[in-house]
Write a protein that binds this ligand. Structure first.
Ligand code: SME
Length: 138
């Protein structure tokens, strides 16, 4: 029988690894662009289930990254007006885009229950993770 992991299982494993080993990573998930539609769809994640499984481009931190193609580090989510709250425990968020052939095809999204926890080390590390993820996508 085929015991190879699926891409979904690999992505879930990455979420689990990050959430388990970095104490201020409390919700870790992937969003991917839905074909030619200007919306993001939730992929594998770990943490509190979210109602926001589809996010239009431009909406929330995730939707803004879909348009800007830039990292978005939010030290204090309460100070953002274009923010989609998934859980009241969340204090900070980081979203890093995933590029395939130079195209922004999705992102890793991490919420923290700790205020202002993310540094440039997180950005460089998560850019590395996203570059690796780009190589395993179908
Ligand atoms: N906070 C995000 C929505 C996704 S939840 O964090 C899982 C946003 O503002 O886009």
């Amino acid at each position: 029988s085929n015991t190879e992991k699926t891409v979904e299982e690999r992505l879930l494993n990455i979420c689990e690894l990050l959430e388990t080993h970095i104490d201020y990573y409390n919700w870790v998930g992937f969003y991917f662009r839905n074909g030619d539609k200007e919306e993001l769809h939730l992929g594998p994640y770990v943490g509190t289930p979210t109602d926001h499984t589809v996010i239009p481009f431009g909406k929330g931190i995730c939707g803004q990254v879909a348009v800007s193609n830039e990292n978005f580090v939010v030290p204090d989510v309460a100070a953002q007006d274009n923010y989609i709250a998934c859980s009241i425990t969340v204090k900070a968020e980081i979203v890093i885009p995933i590029f395939v052939n130079g195209e922004n095809i999705g992102q890793i999204d991490i919420d923290s229950n700790t205020p202002d926890p993310f540094t440039e080390t997180d950005e460089r590390f998560l850019e590395f993770v996203c570059a690796k993820v780009a190589t395993i996508l179908p």
